[in-house]
Design a protein around this ligand. Structure first.
Ligand code: F6R
Length: 366
């Protein structure tokens, strides 16, 4: 058995989604277990080790996935280019498989999937494989078809996900993609010092998520002030752009509120026309290389009457003074920010759906 009964039992929680949100620190601990060798200062990824040299020589990496897994793949694109300096793209598996993709020598396809059974993602793997690519699977379900049909891979090890809305799988997918980027990066340009500081930060992530979870009641109260609004925007830049997409997806799929995610800078190219008095706009505004730009986007929204709900770094008084609501997250290195930043947005979506009387674990049509 790959899991024990406690993992599929609801316990004291009202819904599987809430249980799985709270399981995230432990899920991440298991995901990391045995994969960070502190003494040698390296990432240990047994599944991809035989391909280490080939991966370090890759000319192009293409992440494929759908839905939440695609958002994790988008984070993967950022971290792979940042840490491993390999040109990386991300594609909806459903687009990749049908568009006669170019697969040159040195292309590596990385499929991300919780279930390992999503038909489009599997077909993208086959398409890549048939055109000569090396294929990797970042998959949760052991022995699933994508896990079997890829050349190599890394299991997420976050335990079974029973709620339809994906939560702990997302943080597992992002963590595993980051480990892969660090694994390849160290074989290219990432220094030992950079790697060790990243590994130490990775090991602290479960504790950070625990801190964020303590705010669940405050997040519920804040959500209750906006839960009757039918249109929401989620904005972020850089590594937080996929988090904005994920926050919007979580809200729409379980509460049926219309929500859009986009890069914060894109807002002024049209969507800003939507902002009127009291529209909730959720900003990912943690301290990183794009912070100042995000602050000016927040000011643009505020000046048009939008209500800003921010995810911000603990102790950031500037954001505290500027926004109606703030969900605080601990300070972590930029590549790891999606792992903590997504958590308040999962809770926001959960509380909104419960307040609206929706069946959180079995959303309609899914
Ligand atoms: C969203 C959600 C879906 C899945 C998508 C891919 O909460 O669950 O968007 O992420 O259907 O599924 P997997 O990861 O199993 O390939």
């Amino acid at each position: 058995l790959e899991f024990d009964l406690g993992q599929i039992d609801l316990g004291s929680f009202d819904h599987y989604m809430l249980k799985e949100i709270h399981e995230q620190p432990q899920a991440l601990r298991v995901c990391l277990k045995g994969r960070i060798d502190n003494r040698a200062g390296k990432v240990v990824l047994g599944g991809v080790q035989p391909f280490a040299r080939e991966l370090a020589r890759a000319r192009r990496i293409v992440f494929v996935g759908q839905g939440t897994a695609l958002h994790a793949a988008m984070v993967g694109e950022y971290v792979m280019e940042d840490l491993a300096k390999i040109p990386t793209e991300v594609e909806f598996a459903s687009e990749f498989r049908y568009r006669n993709p170019i697969v040159e020598e040195g292309t590596v396809i990385v499929a991300i999937s919780q279930s390992g059974e999503t038909a489009d993602t599997l077909a993208a793997v086959h398409e890549g494989r048939d055109r000569g690519a090396t294929t990797l699977g970042l998959v949760n379900v052991v022995g699933s078809t994508i896990a079997r049909d890829t050349d190599a891979g890394i299991y997420l090890r976050v335990g079974p996900e029973i709620g339809v809305a994906s939560t702990k799988a997302f943080i597992g997918q992002v963590m595993v993609a980051t480990m892969l980027a660090a694994f390849i990066g160290r074989r290219r340009f990432l220094s030992q010092e950079q790697l060790e500081s990243l590994l130490a930060a990775m090991e602290r992530m479960p504790d950070h998520i625990e801190r964020v979870l303590l705010q669940s009641d405050a997040i519920r109260d804040a959500t209750s002030r906006y839960v009757d609004r039918e249109n929401w925007l989620f904005l972020g830049r850089g590594v937080n752009y996929p988090v904005a997409l994920e926050g919007a997806l979580k809200l729409k799929e379980i509460s049926y509120i219309h929500a859009e995610g986009m890069p914060a800078a894109e807002m002024k190219h049209g969507p800003i026309a939507l902002i009127d008095d009291g529209m909730p706009v959720v900003f990912l505004a943690t301290k990183n290389s794009q912070y100042e730009k995000v602050v000016s986007n927040i000011e643009e929204v505020r000046s048009r009457g939008g209500h800003v709900i921010a995810v911000a770094t603990e102790g950031d008084e500037e954001i505290g003074a500027l926004c109606e609501e703030v969900f605080w997250v601990p300070e972590v290195p930029e590549p790891l920010q999606p792992i903590v930043n997504v958590v308040p947005l999962q809770l926001l979506a959960y509380h909104a759906a419960v307040m609206r009387g929706k069946d959180v674990d079995k959303p309609r049509n899914l």
